[in-house]
Ligand binder design. Structure first.
Ligand code: NAD
Ligand code: TDX
Length: 337
């Protein structure tokens, strides 16, 4: 039995990971440590909740005494760190909590990993640490770090802390850097769920700038399969890029959503651009493919339709989220409710 601390497991990618992994493995004992910020939602974990090898603990990764207690109580030997403040726009509105959770929190976990001599520490990172691309080229693992937003600067810092803990103390760290995810349970502040939900509600769809910024989209389960394989077979101190070679300008995604839902393109509203908006991300994943045998399984054309239909069918899930505090965020970010 592997005792694995999964942090941030009530968020979008972490909850999909836990549900996926516990469905196929009974040799993993998962302890999910999550602060339940606005982005954490235990409803995402209903498929896992009754399993004997799943445990939930509410807590903050920044709290070192509490983290220490969890490592001791559950005899933690492995860590997969998903916990983070994850939204670029919120980091532009206020960056402090990003550095607290993403940098200090990762440092606290690494200190505990060192004390308790963990056997592997997987840091879940992002392609945004590389900055922005021009019209050509792809991010490889050797692309210099050039984060442009407070969010990506905090994630790049966390990567450097993790690598330093390997270099200095031999903590067995491995890092994944994935491109933009989509799928079920994604918080509706992110492009795809926001546009789906606004379309369903016949609300305006706020497209930043000229809508031609490009993101490289991957289905969340393909990302999670990459995490599984890096966790099992990834070489210590290495970085693995993860992406599905699926570059799409934002406006095309927005139009695809409207078309599938049978809504008018008149709902599109071009709004003021995001500050410091990265123009293009695109990932070269040949290292993880060649070395570890991973490759994406899901076709964008099918998985995006499944995702749109999931939000259509699961109004209960998002209706409670978009009331209350989300409305305040929306007003601050978009100037309208
Ligand atoms: P999310 O915002 O949906 O979930 C984050 C989770 O972390 C939430 O459950 C939240 O409650 C928890 N959390 C936040 N602060 C915490 C703290 N101090 N202590 C404990 N728990 C805390 O994020 P996500 O989209 O699922 O992203 C997960 C990870 O993957 C992040 O590290 C992110 O940087 C990375 N990532 C995301 C994407 C993407 O497209 N969403 C792509 C690449 C990498
Ligand atoms: O209302 C919007 N209008 C708009 O045009 C929103 C929310 C976004 N956009 C644009 C900005 C980006 O070009 O859509 C694109 C995608 O935006 P987000 O969904 O906010 O994602 P992004 O900023 O690319 O970051 C995401 O991918 C990498 C995740 O949020 C990060 O956690 C991850 O690390």
């Amino acid at each position: 039995m592997k005792n694995i601390l999964v942090t941030g497991g009530a968020g979008f990618i972490g909850s999909n990971f836990i549900n996926y992994i516990l469905d196929k493995r009974d040799d993993y004992n998962i302890v999910n440590l999550d602060k339940l910020t606005y982005a954490g939602n235990l409803e995402n974990l209903i498929p896992s909740q009754k399993k004997q090898n799943y445990h939930f603990v509410k807590g903050d990764i920044v709290n070192s005494e509490f983290v220490d207690l969890i490592f001791r109580k559950y005899d933690i030997k492995y860590v997969i760190n998903f916990a983070a403040e994850s939204h670029v726009d919120r980091s532009i509105l206020g960056s402090e909590v990003f550095f607290r959770t993403n940098v200090i929190g990762t440092n606290v976990l690494l200190e505990a990993a060192r004390r308790y001599e963990v056997e592997k520490f997987l840091q879940v990172s992002t392609d945004e640490v590389y900055g922005s691309l021009g019209e050509n080229g792809l991010f490889t693992e050797d692309t210099p770090l050039h984060p442009n937003s407070p969010y990506s600067a905090s994630k790049a810092s966390a990567d450097l802390v993790a690598l330093a803990f390997h270099h200095t103390y031999d903590v067995p760290v491995v890092i994944t850097r994935c491109s933009n995810n989509y799928g079920q349970y994604q918080f509706p502040e992110k492009l795809i769920p926001l546009m789906i939900i606004n379309s369903l509600n016949e609300k305006k769809l706020p497209v930043y700038g000229d809508g031609m910024n490009v993101r490289d989209w991957i289905y969340v389960l393909d990302h999670n399969k990459a995490i599984e394989i890096v966790f099992e077979k990834g070489r210590i101190s290495e970085v693995y890029n993860v992406g599905a070679s699926n570059e799409i300008p934002n406006i095309e995604i927005v139009k695809l959503i409207l078309k599938h839902l049978g809504k008018s393109e008149e709902l599109i509203e071009y709004v003021k651009d995001r500050l410091g908006h990265d123009r293009r991300y695109a990932i070269n994943s040949s290292k993880i493919k060649k070395e570890l045998g991973w490759s994406p399984c899901y076709k964008f054309e099918e998985a995006i339709i499944q995702t749109i239909d999931w939000y259509k069918k699961n109004k209960n899930w998002w209706e409670s989220i978009i009331s209350g505090k989300y409305q305040d965020y929306y007003k601050t970010q978009y100037g309208t409710k």
